[in-house]
Design a protein around this ligand. Structure first.
Ligand code: PMP
Length: 404
């Protein structure tokens, strides 16, 4: 009965975004929700996406028939190769030990993967970095996991990774725990392990028989180079032969947020188990939403499989990642010029869409109420909300908040 329903807590990022949109102040800045914005502060429909959509609208061969339960196979193949490499560079791809399942963007990939891990493989415990993307817990508990543990990640003093803590916590994890790892551009901290550190993480994962689940929401978006951004996943799968799952989102790197385009890449040691595995995944998807949507997956597949469109996409991710880098430099420079108390070097050493500014809760509240600058209470900002027109304003406001 509806009258027994209790109010659920709000989702912070959507609340703050809404508050910003409703704020009538002429000078305001939205540094909350993780979406790309151009220099002019507008959403960006990538030219390669638009071109593909125009061509699709003219294609009489297209229709709205159902896709297979596990998705559009050419898209899944393209997504797996984007992540791992092709037959010439990736042993799992060459040996038929990797396959993809289309998903409802990154969140849907995580949900299907988590249900498969919980219900079919009987995993019960998952680990997240402290802090992590705030939706990991909800998705994994809803999918049937019983226990969430944290591994140390952010060191407040260093404003960087607490690597000793991370390794210590992974070493103490019970065997068969699922470890959620951010493939690149860690959300919310913007701090990734170095390659040497990834090697040490792989050692522990192997020694302790942990199951790595990579969350890859920013491939190409972080450094402008998709291969570079997939380095950790490729190292685990291609070089170390570790069985894993990687949940890929095409929301940010293709600007296809609302089309819900995603893929789950499975890497297995023994390809003979793939038919059974797929049969179980088919039932997981069938019982959840039956089959995935078509449009965005066709767009991504067409772009990745056409040389000219792919080149345009590579240019687009360079443009987006470079704009973020420019904003990092711009913000740091201004804060240093204003002699804002504290060390601001982390603004340019962190990568990806977000920066963990180190601003505290009171400073965040002050920024929202006094300067109409909207950010998460953790101090996380979306760098894409910055542009040449608001950098001075935002830096001056940060300076004021820190001194106040
Ligand atoms: N994982 C992480 C770490 C993210 O930041 C996001 C996007 N905010 C996602 C997954 C999934 O997003 P989507 O479902 O829109 O692809």
């Amino acid at each position: 009965r509806y009258n027994t329903v209790e109010q659920a807590p709000p989702i912070e990022v959507f609340e703050i975004n809404k508050a910003c949109l409703a704020d009538p102040a002429p000078k305001k800045a939205n540094l909350s929700i993780g979406v790309y914005r151009t220099e002019g502060g507008a959403p960006w429909l990538l030219p390669c996406v638009k071109k593909t959509e125009v061509a699709m609208s003219q294609d009489d061969g297209l229709n709205h028939e159902y896709l297979p339960v596990l998705g559009f196979e050419p898209f899944c193949k393209a997504a797996v190769s984007l992540l791992l490499g092709d037959v010439s560079t990736s042993p799992p791809v060459a040996e038929g030990r990797a396959f993809g399942v289309q998903s409802l963007s990154g969140t849907g990939a995580l949900r299907v993967a988590a249900e498969f891990l919980a219900r079919i493989l009987k995993y019960t415990t998952f680990y997240v970095s402290n802090p992590t993307w705030e939706n990991h817990r909800l998705v994994f508990f809803n999918a049937g996991f019983k226990q969430c543990n944290e591994y140390r990640y952010w060191n407040e003093q260093k404003r960087g990774i607490d690597f000793e803590g991370l390794i210590e916590d992974l070493k103490a994890a019970p065997a068969n725990s699922v470890i959620i790892l951010h493939a690149c551009a860690h959300n919310p901290t913007g701090c990734d392990p170095t390659r040497e550190q990834w090697k040490a993480i792989a050692d522990v994962v192997q020694d302790k028989k942990l199951f790595p689940l990579f969350d890859s929401a920013y491939q190409g978006f972080a450094t402008g180079n998709p291969e570079n951004d997939a380095w950790a996943v490729r190292y685990f799968a291609n070089e170390r032969n570790i069985e894993l799952i990687c949940c890929q989102s095409f929301a940010k790197n293709f600007g296809l947020y609302n089309e819900r385009v995603g893929n789950i890449t499975f890497v297995v040691s023994d390809p003979s188990i793939i038919p059974q595995t797929k049969s179980q995944l088919t039932l997981v998807v069938r019982g959840m939403y039956s089959n995935p949507p078509n449009h965005g997956a066709k767009v991504v597949c067409s772009v990745l499989n056409d040389a000219a469109l792919r080149e345009n996409w590579m240019d687009c991710i360079k443009t987006m990642s470079q704009r973020i880098l420019d904003m990092r430099v711009g913000l740091r420079e201004r804060l240093e010029r204003l002699n804002t108390p504290g060390d601001w070097s982390h603004i340019t050493t962190q990568i990806g869409m977000f920066s963990y500014t180190g601003l505290n809760r009171a400073q965040v509240e002050y920024l929202i109420s006094q300067h109409h600058i909207y950010l998460l209470k953790s101090g996380r900002i979306n760098m894409c909300g910055l542009n040449p027109s608001n950098l001075d304003y935002v830096a001056a406001a940060f300076n004021d908040a820190v001194r106040n």
